[in-house]
Design a protein around this ligand. Structure first.
Ligand code: SF4
Ligand code: SF4
Length: 133
């Protein structure tokens, strides 16, 4: 089959002066969209331990254990190796105790490093929901 160069040359010239359509990641950081869903993070001081996040997480990525009934002390574990970044936990939380951060470079050599633990006591007063990050 003969290649007709005349067909390709105008196309080639057009692309020589165009900006690339691809991004230079990882050499350049990405501009994240406004509502980018990174990784869930807990604000322990707002958590009333209602467990709505545990109930609604489709990936079973959140656990809450009671460490002390008397002291109202709890441990929340977020398993980021299971998290599918859907932000359902953020939607379900009645006090705004969870938010999604901007992190997207969380790859690691061990899934154990993706486990995040928070040990905290339940606040005395129930907090109001807020959306501030
Ligand atoms: S973002 Fe989705 S998958 Fe991840 S912990 Fe929250 S509810 Fe679960
Ligand atoms: S993080 Fe929110 S939804 Fe989860 S237990 Fe605490 S208050 Fe309830």
């Amino acid at each position: 089959m003969k290649l007709k160069l005349g067909v390709f040359i105008p196309e080639l010239l057009r692309h020589l002066f165009k900006r690339p359509s691809t991004v230079s990641y990882p050499f350049e950081k990405l501009n994240l969209p406004k509502d980018f869903r990174g990784t869930p993070v807990l604000r322990p001081e707002l958590c009333i331990v209602c467990k709505s996040c545990v109930r609604d997480c489709p990936a079973f990525a959140i656990e809450i254990e009671t460490l002390s009934e008397e002291e109202k002390k709890y441990r929340m574990t977020i398993h980021n190796d299971r998290c599918i970044h859907c932000a359902q936990c953020v939607e379900s939380c009645p006090t705004g105790a969870l938010y999604m951060n901007d992190e997207y470079e969380i790859a690691t050599d061990s899934r154990r490093k993706l486990k995040i633990e928070y040990i905290y006591t339940r606040p005395k007063k129930a907090a109001q929901k807020h959306s501030e990050k």
